[in-house]
Design a protein around this ligand. Structure first.
Ligand code: 5GP
Ligand code: ZN
Length: 138
């Protein structure tokens, strides 16, 4: 537990939250500034800053839990879609530096846009990046 971390405190139950699910590893609660009805956050109880320091076991459990919560959101809220968003570092929109995954139910006409217009890439550049990443991942 990191003393100055709000999500450590929420996960430990020291700060109240609208919790919808809890087990020994995670707390899932409704976002206080919801983008849509049912916007919630999956938060591990252990402190990880973001995806770069998340361990493999927790990472797997996060996605397994995401499937369970997503089905509940669909069943209860009858949403028309759902986005899974996970922000890392300030530039990418991370504002709380304790790993969390957003589950954002989508509704017809909600107007949210997460990915702008996509254009065909430069295949030479895509090839160079592919080679660099393959080498890194070997
Ligand atoms: P990020 O921008 O880091 O990806 O997401 C942080 C999220 O945490 C935001 O959507 C924000 O509304 C939510 N949040 C920040 N503080 C609190 C809090 O005290 N309680 C709850 N329920 N959500 C919070
Ligand atoms: Zn924390």
């Amino acid at each position: 537990m990191k003393d100055d971390c709000i999500f450590c405190k929420i996960a430990a139950g020291k700060i109240p939250s609208s919790t919808i699910y809890e087990d020994s590893h995670f707390r899932v609660f409704l976002d206080i500034n919801p983008l849509t009805k049912g916007h919630c956050l999956i938060v591990p109880k252990e402190h990880f800053t973001n995806i770069y320091d998340l361990d493999a076991e927790t990472a797997g459990k996060v996605f397994t839990l995401a499937t369970l919560i997503s089905r509940a959101l669909k069943n209860v809220l009858k949403c028309d879609g759902l986005n899974v968003i996970q922000n890392n570092e300030l530039l990418a929109g991370q504002s709380v530096f304790h790993f969390h995954m957003h589950l954002i139910p989508r509704y017809k006409g909600d107007g949210l846009i997460f990915m702008g217009e996509q254009k065909p890439g430069d295949m030479e550049e895509i090839g160079k990046i592919r080679d660099l990443l393959r080498e890194e991942l070997q």
